[in-house]
Structure formats: structure tokens, C-alpha cells
Design a protein around this ligand. Structure first.
Ligand code: SF4
Ligand code: SF4
Length: 104
């Protein structure tokens, strides 16, 4: 599992670095985020949920999208919109209410 950070989109807010439970994300001399140990990322998506610029993509495993499939997340007030793109480029949106996401 791994993520990809688009430095052109990154606005250097640092939120992802604070959110990563594995302390894998750092900022370079221009305050752009990079992942130091990509193999250690376990795909929790915490950084992706925090990014206000949709600069972080998560690459999906073969079992849930296949090679080249990825997702990114956009914040819309109380909602997180998960955009899931297949290897063929087809994108689907899944909307989750943040306030209800931890209810069982
Ligand atoms: S997906 Fe989770 S473990 Fe991986 S870099 Fe982001 S916050 Fe860290
Ligand atoms: S949360 Fe997004 S915009 Fe902010 S530093 Fe991280 S990658 Fe850049």
C-alpha cells in the first residue's frame, strides 16, 4: 500500500504530517510534504482525509480496484466524499457523514 503526494497541489499546511499515526510524512525545504518510508504506510487514509487540497492519492490494492486504481477524499463541511477511480479511469463517489462514521 502506498500513497502519492502531488507537490503541485500541496499548499504546505502540514495537516497530513500531524495526522499520520506512523510519523511517515515530512515537509521538505519548501514545506511540501513527502513520505519518508513508503513501504511502512499501511493505508489508514488519515492523511488523505485531512488534506484540504486533495493532494494525496491512495493506491488501491489488487483486491479492491487493481493496478492503477486510486482514491482521494474531498472535505465538504460535515461530509467526506471518497472518489474511487478504477484502472480504466472510471470514478465513483461515496459520501460519508463524518459525524456518523463512527456509529455502530
Ligand atoms: S495512509 Fe496513514 S499510514 Fe499511510 S502515510 Fe497516510 S496517515 Fe500515514
Ligand atoms: S495536508 Fe495536503 S496540502 Fe497540507 S501539507 Fe499535507 S499534502 Fe500538503
Amino acid at each position: 500500500m502506498s500513497i502519492h503526494i502531488d507537490k503541485q497541489k500541496c499548499i504546505s499546511c502540514g495537516k497530513c504530517c500531524k495526522a499520520c499515526p506512523g510519523s511517515l510524512l515530512y515537509q521538505d525545504e519548501y514545506k511540501k510534504t513527502f513520505i519518508k518510508y513508503p513501504k511502512d504506510c499501511w493505508g489508514c487514509t488519515a492523511c488523505i482525509k485531512e488534506c484540504p487540497a486533495q493532494a494525496i492519492k491512495y493506491y488501491l490494492g489488487l483486491d479492491i480496484g487493481g493496478r492503477g486504481g486510486h482514491l482521494h477524499i474531498k472535505q465538504e463541511e460535515d461530509y467526506l466524499d471518497w472518489y474511487i477511480t478504477s484502472p480504466q479511469g472510471e470514478t465513483k463517489k461515496v459520501r460519508i457523514n463524518r459525524k456518523e462514521s463512527n456509529q455502530y
